[in-house]
Design a binder for this molecule. Structure first.
Ligand code: SAH
Length: 227
């Protein structure tokens, strides 16, 4: 029901999502109020729907971003260390950084260089975004997200923004104990969100949640096939 939450401004969109129960955490709402979606989804930013950002990628709908951030929230504290795989527009990377600042870090991973650049450019559009980049709270890197990002591991929370073929073991390895990963996984023609919890003693628990539609977590396009 994308239309129900549509607003004329970022604050209207976010407040409508909150009133309609699509955001159910005040902390996540405040973080999303601090990030203007127009900097990341320039066509129709204040509608609760996904939209294309080029290179076969989409910025997810804001209610999906809210759901992911809320799911990870117990592991998002000032100072927490987060991995955002398939960072695309950079929107969620910025929202997560609003929650873990100060002293936290969110690493956005993309396998297409123009999208690494896009995330960075979008964040440069606001003073808050520029500061988060300048002080190292947010970092965008080019890598294959299926392997995580070992250089800055381990992470309190891992968000995967594209549908994986499997629960990549390297990602689970790079979770702290305790830590949580939010990951869409392909299952036949369907995709489901899985939440992976690593307990303090290292025990791993996998929970299947609702069905979703994400773009796939894949090999990068071959040279010359990037649109
Ligand atoms: N969270 C982003 C989602 C972008 S769509 C947003 O809301 O803007 C999913 C992204 O995953 C795409 O940008 C795509 O380029 C990226 N992706 C797909 N496979 C990948 C891989 N193996 N490694 C890193 N990024 C990948």
């Amino acid at each position: 029901m994308a239309w129900r939450s549509t607003g004329g401004s970022n604050s209207e969109l976010i407040n409508n999502l909150y009133q309609n129960g699509m955001i159910d955490s005040a902390k996540v709402k405040d973080a999303m109020l601090g990030v203007d979606r127009a900097h990341y989804a320039p066509q129709t930013p204040y509608v609760d729907s996904p939209q294309p950002i080029g290179h076969s990628a989409t910025i997810s709908a804001p209610h999906m971003h809210a759901s992911a951030a809320t799911s990870l929230l117990n592991h998002l504290k000032p100072g927490s260390h987060v991995l955002d795989i398939g960072s695309g527009s950079g929107y969620l990377t910025h929202v997560l950084a609003e929650i873990v600042k100060p002293n936290g870090q969110v690493v956005g991973v993309e396998h297409i260089q123009p999208l690494v650049d896009l995330g960075r450019e979008n964040m440069q559009k606001s003073a808050e975004g520029r500061e988060l980049l300048a002080n190292g709270t947010v970092k965008f890197v080019k890598a294959d997200g299926r392997l995580g990002y070992k250089e800055l591991a381990p992470y309190d929370a891992i968000h995967v923004g594209a549908a994986a073929k499997e629960l990549h073991p390297k990602l689970i390895e790079q979770l702290k104990a305790p830590g949580r990963m939010f990951i869409p996984v392909e299952e036949g023609f369907l995709q489901h969100i899985y939440v992976i919890d690593k307990a303090e003693d290292g025990t791993v628990e996998k929970k299947r949640q609702y069905s979703v539609q994400y773009v796939p977590l894949t090999d990068p396009p071959k040279h010359g096939q990037e649109d």
